[in-house]
Ligand binder design. Structure first.
Ligand SMILES: C[S@@+](CC[C@H](N)C(=O)[O-])C[C@H]1O[C@@H](n2cnc3c(N)ncnc32)[C@H](O)[C@@H]1O
Length: 205
C-alpha cells in the first residue's frame, strides 16, 4: 500500500506542470495504426493526460479511458475539450477498475511499464478479459535496450518488453504487427530522445 501511494504521489508530482509531460500528440506507434480504427469502442488504459484517448476519439471511436492520477485526468479533460471530442474518463487504478467483460473493440496500452512481472500477468489478463473476440490489442512499450538510452521508461529490466514476452502473454491472438526498433522520439519531456521500443498489435481469436 505504501508502494502504491508513493507511486501515485510521484505521478501526481510529475504531472503538476503547466505543459503536457508526454505532449499533446498521440504516441507515434498508435498513430501508425490509424487505418485499423474502423468505428467501435476503445479502452485506453493508464491514459495519463489524454493524448492517446483524445486521438482515438478524433478517429470517430467511442473511448473510455482511465488513469489513477487525478492531476493527469484534469489535463486530459482539458485536452478533450480543446479538441472538441468526448472521452469517458475515469479516475481509477488498474487494480480496482471494473474491467467489463468482452466490451471493447480495441484495448490500448501505451507505456504502462509501471507493472512488474507479477502485476503485468494480472494486468494483461484483465486487458484480455475486456477485449471482444475479434478486437485488437494494441501495446507500445520500451524494449530491453532502453536501459542504455535512459530517455524514459521504468529503468528496470523486468518491466521492459521483448516481442516474445508479448506474444507469449497473448497466445490466443493473431499477431498483426510485432516489432522491436530504435527511434528518436519527442513525446513531451517525459519521453524524449533515442529510444528502444516494442510495438504489438494482435487480434483476439
Ligand atoms: C508513462 S505514463 C503513460 C501515460 C499515457 N499512456 C501516455 O502514453 O501518455 C504511465 C501512466 O500510468 C499511470 N499509472 C501508474 N500506475 C497506475 C496504476 N496503478 N493504475 C492506473 N494508472 C497508473 C500514471 O499515472 C501515468 O499516467
Amino acid at each position: 500500500m505504501a508502494k502504491f501511494s508513493k507511486a501515485l504521489e510521484r505521478w501526481n508530482e510529475r504531472f503538476s506542470i503547466d505543459t503536457y509531460l508526454f505532449g499533446q500528440q498521440a504516441n507515434h506507434y498508435l498513430q501508425a495504426q490509424k487505418d485499423r480504427f474502423q468505428g467501435g469502442k476503445a479502452l485506453a488504459i493508464a491514459d495519463g493526460e489524454g493524448r492517446n484517448s483524445v486521438w482515438m476519439a478524433q478517429q470517430g471511436i467511442q473511448v473510455n479511458a482511465f488513469d489513477f492520477s487525478p492531476i493527469a485526468l484534469e489535463k486530459a479533460k482539458k485536452l478533450a475539450q480543446q479538441k472538441n471530442v468526448s472521452v469517458d474518463f475515469e479516475c481509477s487504478d488498474w487494480q480496482s477498475y471494473a474491467w467489463p467483460r468482452s466490451e471493447y473493440d480495441y484495448v490500448v496500452g501505451i507505456f504502462f511499464q509501471f507493472a512488474d512481472p507479477d502485476e503485468r500477468t494480472e494486468l494483461f489478463a484483465k486487458m484480455d478479459h475486456s477485449l471482444k473476440p475479434g478486437g485488437l490489442m494494441i501495446i507500445q512499450g520500451y524494449g530491453e535496450k532502453q536501459l542504455q538510452y535512459k530517455t524514459g521508461g521504468p529503468g528496470v529490466i523486468e518491466n521492459l518488453y521483448t516481442e516474445s514476452l508479448l506474444k507469449n502473454a497473448f497466445p490466443n491472438y493473431e499477431i498483426l504487427d510485432s516489432c522491436t526498433y530504435e527511434k528518436e522520439i519527442e513525446e513531451g519531456d517525459g519521453h524524449d530522445g533515442m529510444s528502444a521500443l516494442v510495438g504489438f498489435v494482435a487480434r483476439k481469436l
